[in-house]
Design a protein around this ligand. Sequence first.
Ligand code: C5P
Length: 302
Amino acid sequence: MTGGAGAQRLAPAKVNLFLHVGDRRADGYHDLASLVIFADIADAITLRPSKALSLELSGPHASGLAVGPGNLVLKAARALESWATSHGHKTGPVTLTLEKNLPVASGIGGGSSDAAATLNLLCAHWALPVHDDDLQAIGLSLGADVPVCLRAAPTLMSGRGEILSPVSVLPQFSLVLVNPLVAVSTAAVFASLTARSGAFPRDLPAKQFGIRDFAGWLDQTINDLASPAKSLQPVIWQVEKALVSSDGCLVARMSGSGATCFGLYPTHDSATRAASLITEAHPHWWVRAGRMFANEGQRAPA
Ligand code: C5P
């Protein structure tokens, strides 16, 4: 996506297909191994030049957020501005608009993806020659999931979230995301974690997966954060069950620290059918069908 007035960037939902947690580190974070993909269910960030850096909110989940300095979009903009200033590059004030379509604190990286989209958008708008490593470091300073969100493509993630390897063997699939509209704090889930499977990635095969083989492979993995999240918010059991028992669902599991769960489906028709039946049964839940996000807006390396 190019810079300029009215430039826009999508901030797609991040889905942890598995999430294995290891030891707590000296910095207070946990080592982890996670296979991450993105869905074409997204927030959007728009910018226009203005007199001072500011943020406006729109969209169905805007009321869950504040526009204060703690907002990750503003933090991302300030962090990049300060990198630019310290490296002698010019920036200019912008008004950013965040269209908040994804539920807040929901395990699909909404805030992290918003921050990453802001960094990518402003790099293009300000024409900054920032190297990928520097951008990843700025991202990591904002949150453990921001580096992977800067890529917004299938990735094996490890360390505290900063070691990233691209994954190219996944099949195309559709998915359904369901959130019961209860917010879950990532820090609280990590704090009540008792059993950890260890931060070991499962080796991916060298050849392309078929969808059913992939679902079978995924079944050998786990999200270690599901158990503590379910004890904090037992409704997550119900969400997972609604997905598992829907027609065509190949595998269902919680993403990140919850409460959003995903189901994988072999066709888009089966995913949209499952989404409408779950919506009918649970009209107060947030339910969306989508496909894997195809990242066509990847910034060129500096
Ligand atoms: O970096 P982020 O703000 O997303 O992390 C929120 C909280 O989740 C951290 O403060 C930490 O308690 C926990 N966390 C962790 N290990 C990770 C990622 C997050 O313990 N790898």
